[in-house]
Design a protein. Sequence first.
Length: 271
Amino acid sequence: MYMESQIQAMRNIKDGSLYLLIASIIDILLIVGIIIDRSFGLSFEFLLIELISYFILIYGFTKLRYGFYGLNNIYDIRSNLGTAGINMFIFGIIAVLFSDIFLPLLYLGIILLVGGDVLTGLTFYDIGKHFDVKLAVVAGILIGLSITLPIGYIISYVASLQIIDKVSKIPPKPPMEIRTKDTTIGYGILRSSGIAEFKVYSNSQAEIVTAKIQGYEFPVLEITPKNVKPGENSIKVRFSLSGMFTPGNIYNVELLLSNNEKLIASLVYEM
């Protein structure tokens, strides 16, 4: 399931790279059109094509953001930088669009556009390092340079395909062995809001020290109640969820008690 989330994230990044490449090519063609015929920049056709380009650009950034979001549980990928870079780039576009009204917005917009490219490029660079795919590293550098942005997105599209293929070939981990002497299986529901409600069985009374979803490192915001008693216990844990989860799949929640006993519950994920 962990690999599935990575593959889905890379698919979003692949699609986002493709749409951003298309938007970049359209903008380049529009610039060429203005150079050839300056009156083209004032025509209805120019405005219509430019509007279509913006929609493609925003959609591409949305896909890219989903992709980065799906990788933010990988410690050595600074996906938050990529998300911030996307936001900066969008604000930069808005600033440039309104620069005719207030000229300093043009300079602010350029700074935001370049800064956004740098942050987005750093995330692509991290992705390449993590998955050991050199093309993604090169894509990150080219995207970060701004002027080579279209080439960077061409390479990132190809690199994403390589990463998807690479992750798909990784054999799944064997089922986790659960030792009955220190663990007890419970059951419940994990909701997309981050709230996990489940029942577990304990052999003793103890304080709940920590809770985690196995295979992930999500912050725990709240655990209710704070203790378990012998027998069946109804537990509610609120996680700060992030990443891609598949409805209907089962995720294991592990409770560590003050007596070093571990309680495990298998939860069905619901939207």
